[in-house]
Design a protein around this ligand. Structure first.
Ligand SMILES: Nc1nc2c(ncn2[C@@H]2O[C@H](COP(=O)(O)OP(=O)(O)OP(=O)(O)O)[C@@H](O)[C@H]2O)c(=O)[nH]1
Ligand SMILES: [Mg+2]
Length: 327
């Protein structure tokens, strides 16, 4: 079963406005009643609504066509038609709504519970009572409702988070997010355990920090190796990026290599991403074979570097790391 979809194309259509009608009052003792044709109702509009409980477009996969309702036609006795029901499509925060034709981003859904108008419904037509003038007391004229609009849009999810975690597969990224947040990310001793992004939250008194853990990046991921670099879009909007390295390697030089390779892949996704790297966590310290040399290793003098072990850490270490992370 497919349960994670971060890009999908759908068609959305707003409702047509109802027609105004032409009608005349017919009452028992009023043989020539005036015009009383009501207006048509407005067509329903299409909205996208941010929902922080969603993290993918899984619920939209069944149906690729979303249509708002038509407005009702007007009726006699000056009764206006009811407005058509709006179509409200719930999407995760960080969803870009892109016009398939022009490739322009129409909407960026970033606020929870907020509805963003995508296409407005057609206006209702006017009933003949609107056209009464001193010279024409019995106008027959009424107008039709406006048609609805139909567009194809691509929904592209770029997860919103404060901190994004990046590293090679199996280095302990998911272990880390499970330790420092409420996330129950799957952890296992093989590469590509994580196939879809995990989100976790660190709550502090004044702010909630969203942390994103994404599938591992390998050398040449930008050329399609491993799972590729497409998942980097989920940390593209993270204010801060954390790199996790694995110290269980044979030699200290390998840490340098891991770091350089990661930077290369991140750069090939976006030149501006590396400037947001705020911390390097050298994980699996418990398995490190060159502990005495590790304290002197400086991978990048501008970036905070922390030696850590997800397996051996105690509550105090975790709290200290969290404080460090929140800068
Ligand atoms: N000894 C030791 N093992 C660790 C440490 N951190 C994580 N592990 C183990 O390393 C393995 C991989 O951990 P994950 O957290 O799944 O790694 P990941 O980076 O999320 O891996 P992918 O999702 O595959 O990219 C698991 O067996 C963890 O238990 C550590 O500090 N020390
Ligand atoms: Mg993982």
């Amino acid at each position: 079963m497919i349960d994670y979809i971060d890009e999908i194309e759908i068609t959305v259509e707003s409702g047509a406005g109802g027609n105004g009608i032409s009608s005349f009052r017919r009452e028992k003792f009023v043989p020539f009643g005036g015009p009383d044709g009501g207006n048509g109702g407005e067509g329903g509009s299409v909205y996208f609504k941010g929902n922080s409980n969603l993290n993918s477009f899984r619920d939209l996969i069944q149906n690729r066509f979303y249509k708002a309702n038509k407005g009702e036609n007007g009726r006699g006795s000056n009764k206006n038609g009811k407005n058509g029901k709006d179509m409200i499509i719930q999407v995760p925060l960080g969803t870009e709504i892109i016009d398939s034709k022009s490739q322009k981003v129409l909407i960026d859904v970033i606020e929870n519970d907020k509805s963003y108008l995508a296409i407005k419904g057609g206006k209702g037509g006017l009933g003949n009572s609107n056209f009464k003038t001193s010279r024409n007391q019995s106008p027959k004229k009424s107008t039709q409702g406006e048609k609805g609009n139909k567009i194809k849009v691509v929904l592209n999810l770029k997860t919103l988070s404060n901190i994004g975690i990046v590293g090679f597969p199996n280095v302990g990224k998911s272990s880390l997010i499970s330790l420092i947040t409420n996330s129950k990310a799957e952890v296992a001793n093989y590469p590509f355990t994580t196939l879809t992004p995990n989100l976790g939250v660190i709550k502090t008194l004044d702010k909630d920090y969203l942390i994103a853990d994404i599938p591992g990046i390998v050398e040449d991921a930008s050329k399609g190796k491993g799972l590729g670099i497409k998942f980097l879009k989920h940390i593209e909007r993270s204010e801060n990026i954390i790199i996790v390295l694995d110290a269980s390697c044979e030699k200290i030089e390998e840490l340098n290599n891991q770091y350089k390779k990661l930077i290369k892949e991140i750069k090939s996704y976006s030149k501006s991403l590396p400037s947001r790297i705020k911390m390097i966590i050298i994980n699996k310290y418990d398995l490190c074979k060159f502990k005495d040399q590790l304290c002197n290793l400086v991978l990048d003098k501008n970036i905070k570097q922390v030696i850590f072990s997800c397996i051996d850490s105690n509550k105090h270490d975790i709290e200290k790391l969290k404080k460090n992370l929140l800068f």
